[in-house]
Design a protein around this ligand. Sequence first.
Ligand code: FES
Ligand SMILES: [Fe+2]
Length: 357
Amino acid sequence: MTMTGQPETDDASLQGVMLRGAWYYAAPAAEIARGRMMHRTLLGEPVLLGRDAEGKVFGLRDTCPHRGTLLSRGDFDGREVECPYHGWRFATDGRCTSIPSQCADQKPQAGDIRAATYPVAEAHGNIWVYVGAVGAYLPPLPVLPDAGATPQLHLCQRFPCNIDLAVIGLMDPAHGAFVHKSALWRTRQSIHEKQKSFSPVPGALGWRMDRHPASSNSRAYRIFLGGRPETEITYTLPSVRVEHATTGRYHYTGLTACTPVTADITDVHHVMYWNVPGTTLLRPLVRRVAERFLDQDRQAVLAMQEGLAFAPPTMLVRDADTQTRWYYRLKREWLAAQAAGRPPENSLTPVVLKWRS
Ligand code: FES
Ligand SMILES: [Fe+2]
């Protein structure tokens, strides 16, 4: 049951579905040195992420085609991965190059075997893995305006909930004063009516809170960037939020990317870039504040998850919950377009929303 007649969240077929055919944040680039590899579980799939001797990142399915052992538990010499169990070797493009136990007249030979691969991309110090069927065309990576080659900070928290619950918290404009109680940020007393204009993101399933002067109850921006920062926030499905604040001279870019580990576990990555001189020393403090924020979001989501386990009737109000409604609408379109083999269409139109926060 919903109060305003929108069916979006009543569609049980959407709940917790992990969207395939997208780039997902996998790891900070700095965590994979040359000649190293690591395991990641993404959307329930085992992924070996590695960086070869030349510095290029690659992704293999992290289960050995022989008996399923995790290849990432084996050795990597910067060119080939060797399975720890029977020593089958694989090049970074998935070709099997050696099966030590096979005699020359036996089948299969190495040339008959391939490990599956994943498209992997590195940009602005982040490593993304494309999960889904690989066609002729891969979508572009999320755009990070003003982000340099390396972030100032990366943090990640694991949310024991499905992707929807993790993502929806990022686009919820009305929880700040209650969840993130902080003198530096928002307080209950500072709640006031706001109007923000939104427009669809061209060529993607997403929307943008158009550029506007930073909210008067977001003191942190004004203290940190100085002057009169303007901010813009972009959300694109499946799970990427990009916030950009700039005074023209100084800027801050925040990427929040949720990656489903499994259907019930979601990693929330938060990556920050800024160019304010002399602030490198502030990093530990910013990290502490950001960790606390993310943990507050996590606690809020978990309390909601516990309540939802009782299957209560819920409602989406206007306009504070409108972005959540958009999320489900675009998610439904993602799946419908994929099922029909057509490009997705963003049906959102420019609109002004108002709420109190
Ligand atoms: S399981 Fe990998 S070589 Fe046998
Ligand atoms: Fe939050």
